[in-house]
Design a protein around this ligand. Sequence first.
Ligand SMILES: Nc1ncnc2c1ncn2[C@@H]1O[C@H](COP(=O)(O)OP(=O)(O)OP(=O)(O)O)[C@@H](O)[C@H]1O
Length: 309
Amino acid sequence: MTTTALLLETQGLSFRFGKRPILHDINLQVPVGSIYGFLGPNGAGKSTTMRLLLGLLRPAAGTVQLFGHDLARHRVALLSRVGALIENPSLYDHLTGYENIEATRKLRGLPASRTAEVLELVGLSPDSARRPAKEYSLGMRQRLGLALALLPNPDLLMLDEPTNGLDPNGIMEMRELLRRLQSQGKTILLSSHLISEIEKVATHVGVIQLGKLVFQGSLPDLQRLQSGRAQLVLETESADTCRNLLPQLLSEATVTGLGTLRIPFHSREQVAALAEALVAAGQPIYGLRPEQPSLEDTFLHLTETNAAI
Ligand SMILES: Nc1ncnc2c1ncn2[C@@H]1O[C@H](COP(=O)(O)OP(=O)(O)OP(=O)(O)O)[C@@H](O)[C@H]1O
C-alpha cells in the first residue's frame, strides 16, 4: 500500500482516557477511492480512533494527515471535506426528514439544490421526507443521517457501524449505497465488528484489537492470509501410529482425535506424498482433505494472537 496515494494517514496515533491507555501507535493508511473497513471487536477502539480522526479528541501522541495535510494545523479546512456518521445520527425528531436536511443546509450556507440531491442519493422518497423523523425506522434514520453527512459533498465519509441495528434488507441497501458513493469518487472509512459485513463491501481492511492495529492491507491480502492458514485433515485408524511411522511428514501435525490429524497445508504435492507414504506404511486413509479456514476464523485468530503484521 505504500505506493498508493493515501487520503488519510495516521502516524503513531496514541490515546489515553485519563491514565488508561486506549490506543497504541496506530498507523492507518486509507487509499484514495477505497472503501476501508475498520474492523474490531466491541471495545477495541474503533469509535475512539474515529473521534481522533475527526479532531473531536486530542491524541496523546502521533499525527493525523488528511488529504496530505496535518489535521491539527488545518482542522477546519480539512474537516469541511469530511462527512461523518458516528453512532446514531442526531436528528430533530419533531421535524420532517426534509426539514432536518434544510436546517443543516441553511446553517452551513449550502445551495438549496443540495437538499433534493442528498435525499435522492440516499434513496429517501419525497413521501418519506415529508414525515416527521420520530416516525422513521432505524434504517430510515441511518439514511437521513447519511444524507446530512453528504450535504457538503465531502471527499471522505466516515461511518461508525452504519449497519448496526439494520435488518438484512437495510444492510443490503446500505452496502449498495456505499458502492454507489465510491463509484462517484468518494473514499469511505467504515467501522464494524463483523467481518461478514466488511468482506462484502470493503476494498481495504484494518483490524484493531485492544487498541492496536493487528492487520492492515487490501481485502485480497487478508484472503491470502486466510489461505496461508489452510490445513490438511487426515482421518485414519490411529493418529499416534501414523505420527510414529512418518515423523518427518507429520512433524507439524496436531492430533485432534483418536484417528484425526491436522497438518498445515503447503501444496498439492504434499498431499500426494503423504497419501503415498501412508499406503506404503500400511495405514488406512479414511479421509484426506485440505480445509480452508473461514475469513471469520482468520479474523478471530488475528484478534486472539494479536500478531502484528
Ligand atoms: N469516555 C470514556 N471514558 C473512559 N473510557 C472510555 C470512554 N469511551 C470509551 N472508553 C474505553 O475505550 C475503549 C475503546 O472504546 P471504543 O468505543 O473506541 O471501542 P469500539 O471499538 O468503538 O467498540 P464499540 O463498537 O463497542 O463502541 C474501551 O475499552 C472503552 O471502555
